[in-house]
Design a protein around this ligand. Structure first.
Ligand SMILES: NC(=O)C1=CN([C@@H]2O[C@H](COP(=O)(O)OP(=O)(O)OC[C@H]3O[C@@H](n4cnc5c(N)ncnc54)[C@H](OP(=O)(O)O)[C@@H]3O)[C@@H](O)[C@H]2O)C=CC1
Ligand SMILES: CC(=O)N[C@@H](CCC(=O)OP(=O)(O)O)C(=O)O
Length: 345
């Protein structure tokens, strides 16, 4: 299958290129760049020299749908919503990496994203692509709203204990940290070297656009309205997300029982690895891979469960999960093209 990528010079697109090059059933078709059309891709990214020898093109929905079988949108929120209708109307399947089609409520989207919401007609076509939880819907989808990086790590970490009805739903706290590539390639004051190096910074407290996304998944999966305290921090590393979630338990359950519950929940999921008791995951242990690693600890003094969940924001948090969804849509083995070992150290 030929895959088109829009937003060609961004970090999400570059990660898609890396993964598609290693995928036995996918081939890079059109790569669209708003800012660099007409140039050779390896001029912008010399690490692709002699590997990806293509020229960057202008957006043309007609040509894209003629020449490709699937489209990945690696464009910012507010941009994807404008491109999706044209593409979907041409009959091509779309995987959108942005937040534009993740929230079902237009009002909620406008409140948190501060852009005009996508048209209801297209919003209602979108399937939320959390691969481990919604494979049946993903199989049938024409438009996938690929999940956000923080919501992927968070919901995979929280769902087993919530679905077992063992958690207090009113007091969940999520402490989240991300490397700087999570903010994309664009230049900004908050991500330049002197601001980020040797520094940790909290940002968007109570205002992060991933809060309603997390709450939407938790409500869909438990039937209860769950509000979370969600605090994001920028940390001085390139890749990686760690969320540490604190959950008050409603019954007496030990670390080993919780561990067993998580292992059973993810028994047939190759990309979620539940760590043995006492061994907690680190971002470097999933770097460059599609894994989400989860560590668990119950403190019997507080009857509180601590969940540590790590992903690579550009892989399981973006391009890797997008490819995982394409595998599901095509009935290919879910690990196809995604079996690379994490880069360590
Ligand atoms: N970085 C991450 O870890 C994650 C990112 N995401 C989401 O994935 C999407 C891509 O992210 P990422 O690659 O990191 O972002 P980048 O900022 O690195 O890249 C986005 C690219 O989109 C293109 N673009 C920017 N503005 C416009 C515009 N007005 N019209 C058309 N194209 C435009 C540009 O490429 P060009 O000029 O070549 O067209 C730009 O390089 C975003 O929606 C992001 O929120 C989701 C999960 C994780
Ligand atoms: C480190 C950093 O800045 N990360 C970004 C994640 C962006 C993202 O994935 O945004 P969408 O949900 O709009 O796709 C943030 O916190 O906003």
């Amino acid at each position: 299958m030929k895959a088109a990528i829009i937003g060609g010079t961004g970090y999400g697109a570059i990660e898609l290129i890396r993964l598609i090059q290693n995928h036995p059933h996918l081939e890079i078709g059109t790569v669209v760049s708003n800012s660099q059309s007409g140039t050779n891709f390896s001029d912008s990214y010399p690490h692709l020299s002699n590997i990806v020898n293509i020229s960057l093109e202008k957006f043309d929905a007609e040509e894209i749908s003629k020449q490709n079988d699937i489209v990945f949108l690696a464009t910012p929120s507010g941009v994807s919503s404008k491109l999706v209708p044209e593409l979907i109307d041409k009959g091509i399947k779309v995987i959108d990496l942005s937040g534009d089609f993740r929230l079902r409520s237009q009002n909620e989207y406008e409140t948190w994203y501060k852009h005009t919401a996508p048209a209801e007609e297209y919003l209602s076509k979108a399937v939320y692509g959390l691969s481990e939880i919604y494979p049946e819907k993903i199989k049938e989808a024409d438009l996938i709203a690929n999940p956000g990086c923080y919501p992927t790590a968070t919901t995979l970490g929280l769902l087993p204990i919530l679905k077992a009805n063992l958690a207090d739903k009113k007091s969940i706290i999520i402490d989240a940290k991300s490397g700087v590539s999570g903010a994309g390639r664009g230049l900004s004051l908050t991500s330049h070297f002197a601001e980020i190096n040797e520094n940790i910074k909290a940002y968007k407290l109570g205002a992060h656009q991933h809060i309603p996304e997390i709450e939407q998944v938790l409500k869909d999966e438990t039937g209860s309205l769950i509000t979370v305290s969600f605090s994001t921090h920028l940390v001085p590393m390139n890749r990686g997300i760690m969320i540490t979630a604190y959950v008050n338990l409603t019954g007496n359950i030990s670390t080993s029982e919780v561990n067993e519950l998580y292992r059973e929940f993810y028994e047939n999921q190759p990309f979620v690895r539940v760590r043995p008791i006492g061994i907690y995951p680190a971002t470097k242990e999933v770097q460059g891979s599609n894994y989400c690693d989860i560590g668990l600890h119950v403190d019997p003094r507080t009857n509180r469960l601590t969940i540590v969940s790590v992903i690579d924001n550009l892989v399981k948090g973006a391009a890797g999960q997008a490819i995982q969804n394409v595998n599901i849509m095509n009935n290919w083995d879910v690990t196809t093209g995604l079996d690379s070992i994490p880069m360590y150290p």
